[in-house]
Design a protein around this ligand. Structure first.
Ligand code: TYC
Length: 113
């Protein structure tokens, strides 16, 4: 404040109608929210198709893809990865489109972490 008085008040130095601005010193580094992309089990999608999905859209090697597929098969749901909102949304859309193209009922969803 240049002359004293309360900020934004009548004598805060900004005689041009209270146009004071508080500037940030520390650069803001807000971390984006993360979302888990999950595969859901069903009785019809072939195991090999699910492994292929995990390799193709989630960059898993054969071993990791097989482990995740079996986890989903045995527990009903399993995590493919954690991503920012837009990336997670894209993965879900890609998997759902791919499953539909091959007429498999595979379901892929995202949830906030
Ligand atoms: N349960 C399926 C089967 O026995 C395999 C499967 C695994 C399906 C994972 C979906 O997300 C899934 N053929």
């Amino acid at each position: 404040m240049a002359k004293g008085g309360q900020a934004g008040g009548p004598n805060d130095g900004d005689t041009d109608r209270n146009t004071s601005v508080i500037t940030r010193t520390k650069p803001k580094t807000k971390k984006p929210s993360l979302y888990r992309v999950l595969l859901l089990n069903d009785d019809y999608t072939p195991m090999e198709f699910v492994i292929h999905v995990l390799e193709r859209f989630f960059q898993k090697d054969r071993e990791a893809a097989t482990r995740i597929m079996l986890h989903v098969h045995n527990h009903g749901v399993g995590e493919c990865g954690t991503y920012t909102y837009e990336v997670a949304e894209t993965k879900v859309t890609q998997v759902m489109d791919f499953a539909r193209q091959h007429q498999h009922p595979l379901q892929c969803v995202m949830e906030k972490n």
